[in-house]
Design a protein around this ligand. Sequence first.
Ligand SMILES: [Zn+2]
Length: 58
Amino acid sequence: MCFFCHEKEETNNHLFLHCRVTAHLWFKFQSLIQDPWVVPEHTADLLSCWMKRGGSKT
Ligand SMILES: [Zn+2]
């Protein structure tokens, strides 16, 4: 079970993207950078998106 919410299985996609605790952090982050985006289904999609937007490949 997820360490934070104790509601779902602790997969990396849940822990880093979809957990209600993590979702709150993403919401805060998006508010700070003032660049809203849709949280993708998988962490690999998030990393791919960041790299396309100019992130580091290392
Ligand atoms: Zn959770």
